[in-house]
Design a binder for this molecule. Structure first.
Ligand SMILES: [Zn+2]
Length: 594
């Protein structure tokens, strides 16, 4: 063939282009062509994804939503049999691995690692057999609008690429706080995709800030109780024991996500936490599926970080391809257990607290000193490049802090449309109340409510005290009945139990229940209060005691009027009461849903 073309007059350069160096470099990624220093823009990224899909029958390019600025959210589906729907893949018995890059689009290592890895597999045939039982879903850039706020000055601490995207979306949402409350269009699209596919494994690629140390890459994955125990055991006994030595072998020893007891001070010991479901790895865990947080270290150069991410993704695919049957079975068993009556008989943990217990770990750091800054007067941690290994305590044990008894179902009055719309995004099954109905429910009343002074993720979050009460309440036709005998039971409890860390109550979706919306004129109450005192001896006694004991009250005409108003039949009976009801009685549930 080569000789033939020379004979027919093609020059050396053309031959070289068709068969030699140029032809293979044609599949080089933008990142490789830049000598590992730069990352492609959105358009170039999408073009490369489409080229992969055109060139390989294993790759499908699709989109799963649109950003507020009108960009498609790109997705590559990589499947050895060319399957491209959740149904096809499920029937093929493959496990699904969702790899997400660019949720914080300045931390973009995952995009270049993923594109290179997929190119290596589907174009160069490298490690192709690892796709025998694994289907990849790859999001090269999740926060697409943030990604196009492109600059060399977006990540102060970070050593490359030359330019990069911004941390948050165009609407200034941090997508990695939005998994449960789902405010952003990007997250709403993500949740629809996720709940269609329910991937057995998920990885979210970031670059961390924080102290300086030797590790190029760190990770976090639930081992503390969000997941069911058999899945946690698989992580601790199969996944990590395979991946850790494999990463060590290629020069990227893995350490768990690094956060020190005292900021920037390694010798104070490392602490961990149970991830709340506002974050990706916490969210997928309450969907009963392991989520791997990948964090490369900001000071390592871009090539080192992308290579470390590539290695961890590749080694994860290896384990998934080996353990695919086991992991699938463990997850479906967890799904069945969570939907079972047995699961609801045990108290459910809404919040965890760290125990004082710790274990010892070896930590590969750099020696450092703490000096007094003559500029700020504060502590100045100065790291050297002298490597040192310390034995430090790791506080990674947790116990239940707040628990709750789960009902057979929750019921949400039909008018709470904002809450209901979001519930639907989470793949939660529901039934509709067919007629107005008086139903015996447990619910909550609140007091001491306080909102954060500053906004956090576009909300003023809420702290409060509460008491539980039982009552018969009439729910309107069309109300949403959410039975707990489903795979998403942990998601439902995290959304609807007010004390859960990311409950919709905490985020302020029910704030209007605290507002007094009807009024009494004080001169009208003057008469009515006298009537109340004369017709109710107990009330009179209560009033006199209050006046004697509470001088601020006794001096405030406003408070006194309000006191009588609250005790009058005109007071709003629903104020400070949770509109959502908990149905514990199975026969009641059967009756309203049959
Ligand atoms: Zn991040």
């Amino acid at each position: 063939m080569l000789r033939f073309r020379i004979v027919f007059g093609l020059g050396f350069l053309a031959i070289n282009f068709l068969f030699g160096q140029q032809a293979s470099s044609d599949w080089q990624t933008y990142y490789e062509k830049s000598n590992f220093k730069a990352t492609p823009r959105y358009t170039e990224t999408v073009e490369f994804c489409k080229r992969l899909a055109d060139a390989s029958p294993m790759v499908t390019y699709t989109t799963f939503g649109t950003s507020p600025q009108g960009r498609d959210l790109p997705l590559l589906i990589v499947d050895k049999n060319g399957n491209a729907t959740a149904g096809q893949v499920r029937r093929s018995s493959n496990v699904v691995f969702l790899i997400q890059a660019g949720i914080h689009s300045g931390e973009i290592d995952g995009k270049d690692a993923g594109l290179t890895l997929i190119r290596d597999m589907v174009i160069y045939g490298k490690n192709k057999d690892l796709l025998d039982h694994v289907t990849l879903l790859f999001m090269p850039i999740f926060s697409v609008d943030g990604h196009e706020r492109f600059s060399a000055y977006n990540r102060f601490n970070q050593n490359g690429p030359e330019e990069m995207g911004w941390r948050v979306t165009a609407q200034n949402y941090n997508l990695n706080r939005d998994y449960l409350k789902a405010d952003s269009p990007e997250m709403q699209a993500w949740l629809k995709l996720y709940n269609k596919w329910l991937p057995e494994f998920f990885a979210d690629c970031h670059v961390t800030d924080g102290a300086d140390y030797q590790y190029a890459i760190t990770y976090k994955i639930d081992q503390y109780g969000l997941l069911e125990k058999p899945v946690i055991d698989w992580i601790g006994q199969s996944y990590l024991p395979t991946v850790k030595p494999a990463m060590e072998e290629v020069g990227f020893p893995l350490q768990e996500y690094i956060s020190f007891k005292k900021a920037h001070d390694p010798k104070s010991g490392m602490s961990s936490w149970v991830t709340p479901p506002r974050l990706s790895d916490g969210y997928v865990a309450i969907q009963n599926r392991p989520g791997l947080l990948i964090e490369t270290h900001m000071f390592k150069d871009y090539k080192t970080r992308v290579s470390a991410t590539y290695a961890l993704l590749l080694n994860t695919i290896k384990v998934l391809n080996r353990d695919y049957t086991k992991l699938r079975d463990l997850i479906s068993a967890a799904d069945i257990h969570i939907a079972s009556e047995k699961f609801r008989t045990n108290p459910f943990t809404l919040k965890y607290k760290a125990s004082a217990d710790s274990s010892w770990i070896n930590f590969a750091g750099y020696s450092y000193s703490k000096e007094k800054s003559d500029l700020t007067g504060g502590d100045w941690y100065r790291y050297t490049k002298d490597t040192v290994t310390w034995k430090i305590p790791f506080f990674n044990k947790f116990e239940s802090d707040i628990q709750v008894k789960l009902p057979e179902a929750y019921i949400i009055p039909v008018e709470w449309t904002q809450v209901i719309e979001r519930i639907k995004l989470h793949g939660i099954d529901y039934k509709i109340l067919r007629e107005d109905k008086k139903i015996k429910v447990a619910s909550y009343t609140f007091s001491n409510e306080k909102w954060s002074a500053r906004p956090y993720e576009n909300h003023h979050t809420l702290t409060f005290d509460m008491t539980e009460k039982e009552e018969e309440r009439t729910f309107p036709k069309g109300s949403y009945i959410i039975p707990m005998n489903q795979q998403t039971a942990k998601v439902i409890a995290n959304i609807l139990e007010p004390r859960a860390r990311d409950s919709f109550f905490f985020w302020g979706f029910f704030d209007s229940i605290f507002e007094v919306k009807e009024y009494v004129e004080d001169y009208v109450m003057e008469d009515y209060a006298r009537f109340m005192l004369s017709s109710d001896a107990d009330l009179k006694k209560e009033f006199e005691t209050k006046m004697a004991a509470d001088s601020a009250f006794a001096k405030s005409p406003k408070k006194i009027i309000r006191w009588f108003y609250e005790r009058s039949p005109y007071w709003d009976k629903r104020i400070n009461t949770y509109p959502v009801g908990k149905i514990f009685d199975k026969t009641v549930l059967d009756q309203i849903t049959k």
